[in-house]
Design a protein around this ligand. Structure first.
Ligand code: EZ4
Ligand code: CO
Length: 402
């Protein structure tokens, strides 16, 4: 079997997605997600101009060899653009291998380790009252874990809090909008929110919170300590993780578990955090961390160090990425949680898929391969529209990490 075509499809059914479709001479096809929020066309060009020509004529069965060929062969290593492009190829080749074998990909990864993939949803509101209503909504839908984000009094707009609830989309403008940040106001408010949520929903609902890289290590340590009475499942991205040893300071001060990794694209971004047991959950994804092949390598390293998976699953990860993530989630020994932000009906129409939600769990498709495809005719009806994540500033105007 040989690869005869590798098409890059850019579509915007409510938000932008980049998808690679690989076609073989025997008519078997595979799909891979290549979406990099706010930088979509860079990956599309990398694939179209620099990767697709190298794939033609290759044996699609050689997944590892193709991964090494693209990674080692590029000379320039790592980075979100390169690794998203490699991820798309890798994911599509796993899809093809599953179809050829007549098995869902998780069977090729060792088979099931659990009955379903526990997911968490996003409850957010401007006020604590709104937040309580949203948490209740997820509990009613059967969710066992809920991420809680709340507006901060005195700040006009907070990232992660939106008017649109179940289908929240953070990339909200053709040029970046701006949000305001105050660590002082935030640290004073968050514990009061979790006190109310715990009080209302009792001790067993799993609660999570995303800090979006906005604190320094000692501030994060203080937040973690102030949240200890509310027994969070995790505090996400408390600080920018460029300085991995910075997490030692957080660890020395708090027992609130830490989750990191949605912006990582390589095992080297996480290696020190994992080896020193500075984190509890690694949140890297199929699309941004080199595909199923490389993500499994990260999860295996994590398993040696008591670190569980907690993969990113926001709306900018397409249903193709979610389908692939679920194949890993159901099979690895050290699965933790899977984020699940629902896609819109338009997105679901463009990406027909067999995975489904029931009673707090996502279940991977049983079809051979990944159990997801792209409807290219439907995709063509939604042309690319630039959209960016907001930029964050302090009250005095200084650009602040997020
Ligand atoms: O900011 O997906 O945990 N989820 C998140 C998301 C991310 C976006 C970035 O593209 O932090 O909202
Ligand atoms: Co996050």
């Amino acid at each position: 079997m040989k690869i005869v075509d590798a098409r890059v499809i850019v579509t915007c059914p409510g938000r932008n997605f980049v998808t690679l479709k690989i076609v073989t001479d025997e008519g078997v096809t595979g799909v891979g997600d290549a979406t990099l929020n706010g930088r979509e066309l860079a990956v599309a060009s990398y694939l179209r101009d620099h990767v697709a020509p190298l794939l033609i004529g290759r044996d699609p069965a050689r997944i590892e060899d193709t991964w090494q060929y693209l990674y080692q062969g590029a000379y320039w290593r790592r980075g979100p653009v390169t690794m998203s492009a490699i991820a798309a190829v890798d994911t599509a080749l796993w899809d093809i291998k599953g179809k050829v074998a007549g098995l869902p990909v998780y069977q090729l990864l060792g088979g099931r380790s659990r009955e379903g993939v526990t997911v968490y949803g996003h409850a957010n509101g401007e006020t604590v009252e709104e937040v309580l209503v949203e948490v209740a909504r997820y509990v009613d839908l059967g969710y066992r874990a809920v991420r809680v984000q709340c507006g901060v009094p005195g700040l006009p707009k907070t990232y992660g809090v939106s008017a649109d609830k179940l289908f929240y989309e953070p990339a909200d403008a053709a040029l970046p909008s701006e949000a305001t940040w105050s660590t002082q106001r935030y640290l004073a408010h968050v514990p009061t929110v979790f006190a109310r949520v715990r009080d209302e929903f009792g001790p067993t609902l799993r609660l999570l919170h995303d800090v979006h890289h906005r604190l320094t290590p000692i501030e994060a340590a203080r937040l973690g300590r102030s949240l200890e009475p509310y027994a969070l499942t995790w505090m996400e991205d408390p600080v920018p993780a460029d300085l991995q040893e910075g997490f030692r300071l957080i660890r020395q001060h708090t027992t609130t578990p830490v989750a990191v990794g949605e912006v990582f694209n390589s095992i080297f971004d996480a290696a020190q955090l994992i080896r020193e047991q500075l984190i509890d959950y690694i949140r890297t994804t199929v699309v941004h961390a080199g595909g199923i092949t490389h993500l499994r390598r990260i999860f295996d390293l994590a398993a040696l160090h008591h670190v569980r998976s907690g993969s990113h699953g926001a709306t900018d990860l397409s249903p193709v990425c979610m389908a692939a993530a679920l194949q890993l989630d159901i099979s690895i020994p050290n699965f933790g949680l899977q984020e699940y932000m629902r896609h819109t009906a338009q997105t679901d129409e463009v990406f027909p898929h067999g995975y489904h939600y029931a009673d707090g769990y996502l279940h991977p498709a049983e079809a051979p391969g990944l159990g997801v495809d792209i409807d290219e005719e439907a995709a063509a009806r939604y042309p690319y529209a630039p959209a960016y994540l907001p930029v964050n500033r302090l009250e005095d105007g200084t650009v602040h990490p997020w």
